[in-house]
Design a protein around this ligand. Structure first.
Ligand code: PHE
Length: 359
């Protein structure tokens, strides 16, 4: 049996093959069920033992050589195909973009970008966490144990895995506070983060939607006090609403994960039925905040004698409505292009502090 002739034939065919399909045809002709090399290998069975011993090494070598040549050709053709695709699908990012490009940024995304810009300037990073959380991150680690009445306040969407118990059940996060826990457990203080994102509560009417947005803030360092919290929030509110005349009012409140906890109002006034931020003739509650509870620090492995911190949580939808004068929350979810265009946030207008974040 002349293995050289077969070798020459298959290698030449491979050489000529210029597409993955052509390589596959060579493979079938050589190594497929009825392929030439397969037939050779089968013929070994009918040979006398001494003859078989003589020819088998050459057959096996042929099979090895042809199959590795096929693999090599496949790989190089694959690379060539990929390179051709990369070349033909290239986008020239330096081309100018039409300023009248259709579509615009949703006000919620715009406000999230504004928040990131304002807090980046204060040295905060943006942190994230999953929207489907474990019960532990959403509640227990935040000092809300299983039977705590505060759980009832949250109208939680539960997803109990089949056969799962309380501790392993998943929830749609009811607030962005679990990102506090995730951050304290994965990073070493000092910590300065904000965490904007979606949250869920089983609640729906003119002023509530089952999905809404919050931004969490967290600072952990040595010697942190309520004073730092108040200054940070004032600086944020001034930059966000682009007014200097801002008064904040902190009222004592309760959150299981803060001690003390406060509700924060911003001074405002009503002019011809519209609300203006600034002054102090009227008050508008904008967020909940407080010093991080020592039990929460301990749950995250931090020593409360060394580390203190403050946290706040603020509804983004409400911030957007206050700043941009929307009256109906439901418009956020209508996906009406005329409505988003009305606010005119172009995809290319990245908010900057120097231009006034909302400009
Ligand atoms: N997680 C609280 C809520 O959703 C808000 C909050 C965050 C309060 C951080 C205090 C500190 O109502």
């Amino acid at each position: 049996m002349n293995t050289d002739a077969l070798r020459g034939e298959y290698l030449a065919a491979l050489d000529a093959a210029s597409t993955p399909d052509a390589v596959e045809a060579v493979r079938v002709a050589a190594l497929g069920k009825a392929g030439g090399i397969t037939q050779l290998m089968k013929s070994l069975g009918g040979m006398a033992p001494d003859e078989r011993l003589k020819v088998a090494p050459a057959f096996q070598a042929l099979r090895e050589e042809v199959s590795s040549a096929i693999e090599a050709k496949k790989a190089s053709l694959g690379r060539a195909v990929l390179e051709a695709r990369l070349a033909s699908e290239r986008l020239d990012l330096s081309l100018p973009v039409s300023p009248s490009a259709p579509g615009s940024i949703h006000p919620i995304s715009q406000v999230m970008d504004e928040l990131s810009e304002i807090f980046a300037d204060l040295g905060f990073a943006v942190a994230e966490g999953p929207e489907i959380e474990t019960d532990w991150y959403n509640f227990t680690a935040l000092n809300i144990p299983p039977e705590h009445p505060a759980r009832a306040m949250h109208d939680t969407f539960y997803a109990r895995p089949e056969g799962g118990d309380e501790a392993s059940r998943m929830v749609l996060r009811t607030h962005t506070s679990p990102v506090q826990i995730r951050t304290m457990m994965s990073e070493k203080p000092p910590i300065r983060i904000i965490a904007p994102g979606r949250v869920y509560r089983s609640d729906s009417d003119a002023t509530h939607t089952p999905m809404f947005h919050q931004v969490e803030g967290l600072v952990i360092d040595r010697g942190i006090t309520l004073g730092h919290l108040k200054w940070t929030l004032e600086t944020f509110v001034k930059a966000f609403f682009e007014v200097d005349d801002v008064t904040l009012r902190l009222r004592p409140s309760f959150f299981p994960f803060t001690e003390p906890g406060v509700e924060v109002d911003v001074g405002c006034s009503w002019e011809n039925g519209t609300l203006k931020i600034g002054g102090n003739s009227s008050w508008m509650e904008i967020l909940g905040a407080g010093m991080v509870h020592r039990k929460v620090l301990e749950n995250c492995g931090l020593d409360p004698a060394e580390w203190q911190g403050f946290a706040f949580g603020c509804g983004i939808d409400r911030l957007a409505m206050l700043k941009y004068g929307m009256t109906d929350l439901r418009a956020f979810f209508d996906a009406d292009l005329r409505w988003t265009r009305h606010f005119g946030f172009g995809a290319l207008d990245v908010p900057t502090l120097s231009a006034g974040v909302g400009a």
